[in-house]
Design a protein around this ligand. Structure first.
Ligand code: 5GP
Length: 186
């Protein structure tokens, strides 16, 4: 009898609210483990090493790629982002339910290497709303906002590839839907 943990991938454009949903899942379900990604981008104010990301130099990130240390990795808006492979595999093998919060290219890689993973796309009600949310967050420069919005337009087209699409119009409703897809309903 297998007692492997499930792997769930949550994708969606930058600013759509993935982080908020993930926080709510972790607060309500202590049996779900979130993979902490590595990134070459600079920490935002308030971000903590090892809690939000492992912030790495490009050279170190490349060394991990060369050693096949990422389950998936992608370049997003001039920075690299990747999911550490070993710890994720260990967690799944010990029966823990693992959650990845990653962008589209990474989700596509996981679909190939881990076809049994359940893939959820979180979509904004529309692009105008997404722009409002990214601007409201106040964490990006104007150039970065424009870049993220142009990536978002392309990402939205890909939602058909996913096992489930959840529209984040109402955060509580979106959270409940995602809980349901992850089999976490109490
Ligand atoms: P941010 O810079 O806003 O923290 O993240 C930018 C994008 O990278 C978001 O869509 C986020 O979900 C995604 N991301 C975060 N970690 C990873 C990762 O390990 N792999 C991939 N492919 N994308 C990631």
């Amino acid at each position: 009898m297998s007692s492997l943990g499930n792997l769930t991938v949550l994708t969606g454009p930058s600013g759509v609210g993935k982080g908020t949903i993930v926080r709510k899942i972790l607060e309500s379900h202590s049996d779900v483990w979130l993979s902490i990604s590595a990134t070459t981008r600079q920490p935002r104010s308030g971000e903590i090493e090892g809690e939000h990301y492992f912030f790495l130099e490009k050279k170190i990130f490349q060394e991990i790629i060369d050693k096949d240390g990422f389950l998936e990795w992608a370049s997003f808006s001039n920075n690299f982002y990747g999911t550490p492979k070993k710890i994720v595999n260990e967690k799944i093998e010990e029966g823990t339910n693992v959650l990845l919060e990653i962008e589209l290219e990474g989700a596509r890689q996981v679909r190939k290497s881990f076809p049994e993973a359940f893939q959820i796309f979180l979509a904004p009600p529309n692009l105008y709303e997404l722009e409002k949310r990214i601007r409201g967050r106040g964490t990006e420069t104007e150039e970065a906002i424009r870049d993220r919005l142009s990536i978002a337009e392309k990402e939205l087209i890909a939602q058909k590839e996913f096992d489930a699409v959840v529209i984040n119009e109402d955060i509580e409703k979106a959270f409940k839907e995602i809980e349901g897809f992850m089999g976490l309903n109490t």
